[in-house]
Design a protein around this ligand. Structure first.
Ligand SMILES: *Cc1c(COP(=O)(O)O)cnc(C)c1O
Length: 362
């Protein structure tokens, strides 16, 4: 069986350290806030080399809180790629702004910068580049467009821990950036978890207040906030896992290179485009095939699990039905994309096996 994701295998490899940390947290019984949460925030800040990290309960909250902290004009427009996980749009709607969907490229699946230009209006207050599947968007032109017009950039880095753009890490280019540590992400907790990072201390303080009932110290509620916190158990688990992240990302790159070399001559398969600016985090390895559903079923019969990211672009979901009729070139590919297994749980031999099986498919 070639699994799409196997978190128990990863756990067994780091079990000693994880169990040690978990039992320490249980003995200390200090579950919310405290030194372990602070330690993870410091660790993640150093990993990205950015001054501020605010841990929160999940990646969706990170996006919502980040948007709120920027104090964008009410009902202003925020541009979001139409091909992403729903949170990218949800967070905009939930914070009282208007989502404007932008098409993505049909080769690398990232926000299309030319089309983005046409989506900018006088009401645009922010753009959310999503570094989808682990590859960073073309940030230089996006930063250029935003600087001229005083538009904020919120990076959605939920799939791109450790990815780089021309040597700069995901999360360090925009005004603010959001990470998810959902268990299946490249850096995943054993439950929900997320973080916001930014350079600006004022924005960081604002995020910290929003996430903690409007207060920086106990019983001092400066603004109306909410409760969105990382807990000590998840923080300790994430600190252990963070030490392995670079190694795991390298492994993903090795597996991706194997896919590329063994599938590149297969005329039925469209491989993902990797831009030369990119060090890819390969959260997902997405190929295209005309008969996607048949191929998926055939692979399943051979014991190979695959995924679909995403079955529908956001504008085709009932939640965003107002946008249903807007045309996006990427929607033609929704029934052709297939995510092949990738991750630290797999060996090169297993990926070679997947390729062999795919290449036999007629
Ligand atoms: C996972 C994900 C999120 C949301 O993260 P959660 O921790 O699940 O709330 C946001 N954006 C993208 C692109 C994601 O993949």
């Amino acid at each position: 069986m070639v699994k799409f994701l196997d978190l128990s295998k990863q756990y067994l490899e780091i079990k000693k350290e994880i169990d040690f940390e978990i039992s320490n947290v249980m003995q200390e019984s200090s579950f919310i806030g405290g030194k372990r949460v602070k330690k993870f925030e410091d660790n993640f800040s150093s990993f990205l080399d950015i001054p501020n990290c605010i841990s929160v309960a999940n990646g969706t909250d990170a996006l919502e809180i980040a948007l709120e902290s920027l104090k964008l004009p009410k009902e202003s427009e925020v541009i979001v790629p139409v091909n992403s996980w729903i949170s990218s749009a949800e967070s905009v709607t939930r914070t009282g702004h208007k989502v404007i969907f932008c098409d993505v490229n049909t080769d690398d699946y990232l926000i299309n910068v030319e089309k983005l230009k046409n989506k900018i209006s006088i009401r645009t207050s922010a753009i959310m580049p999503v570094h989808l599947f682990g590859q960073m968007c073309d940030m230089d032109p996006i930063v250029g467009l935003c600087k001229e017009r005083n538009i904020k950039i919120i990076e959605d880095c939920a799939q791109s821990h450790g990815a780089t753009y021309k040597g700069r890490k995901a999360g360090t280019i925009g005004d603010i950036a959001c990470f998810s540590f959902y268990p299946g992400k490249n850096l995943g907790a054993y439950g929900d978890a997320g973080a916001i990072v930014c350079n600006d201390d004022k924005i960081a303080n604002q995020c910290r207040m929003i996430a903690n009932h409007g207060s920086l110290k106990k019983h001092d509620h400066q603004i109306v906030g909410r409760n969105s916190r990382l807990d000590a158990l998840q923080a300790s688990i994430l600190s252990v896992k963070l030490k392995f992240l670079d190694e795991w990302t390298n492994k993903r790159n090795l597996l991706a290179a194997t896919y590329k070399s063994l599938l590149k001559d297969n005329k039925d398969i469209v491989l993902p485009k990797i831009n030369d600016w990119s060090y890819h985090a390969y959260h997902l390895y997405v190929i295209r095939h005309e008969k996607r559903d048949e191929l998926k079923e055939y692979l399943m019969k051979q014991g190979i699990e695959t995924g679909i990211h995403y079955p529908k672009i956001i504008s085709k979901t009932p939640a965003y039905k107002n946008f249903f009729n807007e045309k996006f070139s990427i929607s033609e590919f929704s029934n052709k994309i297939l995510s092949l297994p990738i991750g630290d749980h797999l060996s090169v031999e297993e990926v070679e096996f997947v390729c062999k099986v795919i290449n036999k498919y007629k």
